[in-house]
Design a protein around this ligand. Structure first.
Ligand code: ADP
Length: 237
């Protein structure tokens, strides 16, 4: 995958394979292209060139049709750093919206699913609350409920806890851990090293728009091979 903003090459040939059930944590300094990569995967910020293969179906990015993009979006759930909830809709409506207007489900079916996923994130009793009536952690849990509602094949998390007050981070990480335990395929951009060490099946270190190094968490954290990885880890651990 390649992507540039003007003359700035932000993704300089990223080649990443995510297997079913993997939890891939992407680490790297600010500006290394992590968010752009994640957003490119589901065409929130389309890459310039490259291919995306999902479940055996290959899409050439530069030639992607509306249908291709809808297909990818249907199978990927995105969790945003700043939750991206509709302020004028309740928790339940934030979830049903995409199910009704995106997937064409009936209102009743969508509501049942919303209740089910709100239960999973421990917020069933908050289904009629508006985002402004919820804490940041609760809003992010609604964001996660929305992302899992359509049972996507892959969940993409873009720094899901970095906007949260420290005391609210744990609840969100706990839900992410339970999703990982349930076998969900996840790609997570995060600075939460504890989560990466405990939950990741694969850690990817990015810098300057390339994957510098990747491997199992114990390999990357204990025996990083590349100097850039060593320097980054020395700064944050
Ligand atoms: P990271 O997530 O690793 O911090 P990003 O993917 O957010 O990195 O950004 C990578 C680089 O791309 C940065 O230099 C950033 O300023 C630039 N960038 C990101 N989005 C845009 C945009 N919409 N327009 C121009 N430059 C952008």
């Amino acid at each position: 995958m390649h992507k540039q903003f003007g003359s700035h090459e932000v993704l300089r040939g990223i080649d990443l394979t995510v297997n079913q059930g993997d939890v891939v944590v992407i680490l790297g300094p600010s500006g290394s292209g992590k968010t752009t990569l994640l957003r490119s995967i589901n065409f929130l910020e389309p890459a310039d060139s490259g291919t995306i293969e999902l479940d055996g179906e290959t899409i050439e990015i530069a030639k992607a049709t509306k249908q291709d993009i809808q297909g990818i979006r249907k199978h990927t759930g995105f969790v945003f750093q700043n939750y991206n909830l509709f302020a004028n809709k309740t928790a339940e409506q934030n979830i049903t919206e995409g199910l009704i207007y995106g997937l064409g489900l009936s209102k009743n079916v969508a509501k049942t699913i919303a209740q089910d996923v709100l239960e999973k994130v421990g917020l069933r009793e908050f289904s009629h609350h508006y985002p402004s009536q919820l804490s940041g952690g609760q809003q992010q849990r609604v964001g996660i409920a929305r992302a899992i509602a359509a049972e996507p094949k892959v969940l993409l998390f873009d720094e899901p806890t970095s906007a949260l007050d420290p005391e609210l981070v744990g609840d969100v990480l706990a839900i992410m851990k339970s999703l990982a335990k349930a076998g969900k395929t996840m790609v997570v951009v995060t600075h939460e090293m504890g989560f990466a060490k405990e939950v990741a099946s694969e850690v990817v270190f990015m810098d300057g728009g390339v994957i510098v190094e990747q491997g199992r968490p114990e390999e990357i954290f204990e025996f990083p091979k590349e100097e850039r990885t060593q320097q980054f880890l020395a700064r944050i651990l």
